[in-house]
Ligand binder design. Structure first.
Ligand code: CMX
Length: 435
């Protein structure tokens, strides 16, 4: 069997030739004009990046290598007695563009197992932080401590040929992904379970092993982790965590530095931290209203109070999507199948009925529909994981699959330092006046 590295190299060589030819013929073709407003509005709708691994349609949602979320759930290889996709199979797909066989998936699983050990000094670095530190802070400190392991940084300091950069970037990416479940579980057990750590079980796949090390042996929770780590992996290259990882990587910062930067972006409440904000907001609603079976009218009033106090409704809206996020729907399907009577999950579904018309009525929210973060927390709570500050770390473990695949591609394609032009308002006015 060809290794994933050999396959990636061969596919990238042919893609590289294709791109060179494409640029040669169409390099001067204009694809769209930029409006002044876009410069002030977070570059919405402005095409500025290339990523081979995923594409987001505003109405349909994300496709990974051309596959929708339901197609991935159906087609990606599964563990024995499982109905959920294996995230290591998704990683293979993102990297080489093909759905792997069961054998190829096992090969990736084993690569992750072989590379999963974490040096003690990484845990010591985390231990230097107060236990009360946010899990995302501990996560980023752990990733930064791991950076001393970087094969790319070592090779670069020795003077590696630029044509070979991709090789240690690839190795670092695999190493880092392999270590993330242990790192995440360590932080969880440290903060919430008296630092009673659970060793890895080498018989388990990447996601099930994370469930095990977190302390959740329930088959349902393992299944949830497989789904969760698959659907959160990527969302095109322009979102904050993907774009930051890509940008920092373009300076030839190694995958540890680049991914840590991306995780700092994921920790923002308008991005990945929204998953904790959703559950916090729902718990506060239950407390305020005084029931875990609120009526539509009660939820409606709570949503209006949230908006009136100048806050966003967490889990709703999106910079690109204009319909319900298929990652929300995939989780809803999971919930309907496994826990149709769970009260918290039912609140999430009721909120889904109540919120869109209210946001639509504001006249300014471009997408009133739920995103991935609106659902994930309630599923975790079902299995007993109520420590919502930890949720974004789980998102981060999954996001590594996408952003690090992208980093491998950027480096093998020899993407340059990213450096867009910025303007002052006066300079923009001059351009507009000249026109
Ligand atoms: N609740 C209240 N107001 C919202 C809103 C929401 N859920 N979503 C958008 N708006 C508001 C914006 O704050 C903005 O208001 P102002 O004009 O007063 O500044 C207005 O509607 C227009 O915004 P938009 O163009 O519809 O949305 P943006 O592209 O600017 O922002 C996002 C997108 C995700 C930041 C925004 O929808 C939001 O804050 N949602 C809640 C937080 C959230 O769920 N984030 C997670 C996104 C998914 C992820 O990355 O994980």
């Amino acid at each position: 069997m060809e290794t994933i590295k050999q396959k990636f190299h061969a596919i990238a060589e042919s893609k590289s030739a294709e791109i060179k030819e494409f640029i040669k013929i169409y390099g001067d073709t204009t694809i769209e004009e930029i409006k002044v407003s876009q410069l002030y509005q977070g570059m919405r709708g402005m095409t500025a990046l290339v990523s081979e691994i995923s594409l987001l349609d505003a109405n349909e949602g994300i496709r990974f290598r051309g596959f929708t979320i339901p197609e991935l759930v159906e087609k990606l290889p599964k563990a024995p007695n499982s109905t959920q996709p294996l995230p290591e199979a998704l990683f293979y797909l993102l990297l080489v563009g093909e759905i792997p066989t069961v054998e190829e998936t096992e090969y990736v699983s084993n690569l992750f197992k072989e590379r999963s050990a974490i040096p003690q000094y990484v845990f010591n670095a985390i231990e230097a932080l107060p236990v009360a530190s946010h899990p995302m802070t501990q996560f980023v400190v752990g990733i930064m401590a791991l950076q001393t392991e970087s094969k790319f940084a070592a090779a670069y300091s020795k003077g590696i040929n630029k044509k070979e950069y991709w090789d240690p970037i690839f190795e670092d990416s695999l190493d880092l992904i392999a270590k993330l479940p242990r790192l995440a579980a360590y932080i969880y057990r440290r903060k919430y379970k008296n630092n009673e750590q659970i060793e890895a079980d080498p018989s388990l796949d990447w996601a099930a092993n994370l469930a095990h090390m977190l302390g959740y042996e329930d088959h349902g929770f393992q299944e949830l982790m497989r789904l969760y780590l698959t659907i959160h992996a990527d969302h095109e290259a322009g979102n904050v965590s993907a774009h930051t990882t890509h940008l920092v990587g373009s300076a030839l910062s190694d995958p540890y530095l680049s991914f840590a930067a991306g995780m700092n972006g994921l920790a923002g409440p308008l991005h990945g931290l929204a998953n904790q904000e959703v559950i916090k907001w729902i718990f506060e609603m239950i407390e305020k209203i005084g029931t875990d079976e609120p009526t539509a009218d009660q939820i409606s009033q709570y949503v209006k109070d949230t908006l009136a106090s100048g806050k966003v409704v967490p889990g709703y809206g999106h910079a690109v999507l204009r319909k319900t996020d298929p990652r929300f729907t995939a989780q809803q399907e999971f919930g309907k199948h496994i826990m149709p009577n769970d009260k918290l999950v039912n609140i999430v579904w009721k909120i889904y009925e109540v919120v869109p018309p209210i946001l639509e009525a504001t006249g300014k929210v471009k997408n009133p529909w739920p995103n991935v973060d609106a659902h994930s927390g309630a599923l975790l709570v079902h299995y007993g994981m109520k420590e919502y500050e930890f949720y974004t770390v789980l998102f981060g473990v999954s996001r590594a699959l996408g952003v690090l695949s992208n980093l491998c591609w950027n480096r093998i394609l020899g993407m340059p330092l990213e450096r867009p032009k910025s303007m002052t308002t006066d300079a923009l006015k001059e351009i507009v006046n000249e026109k």
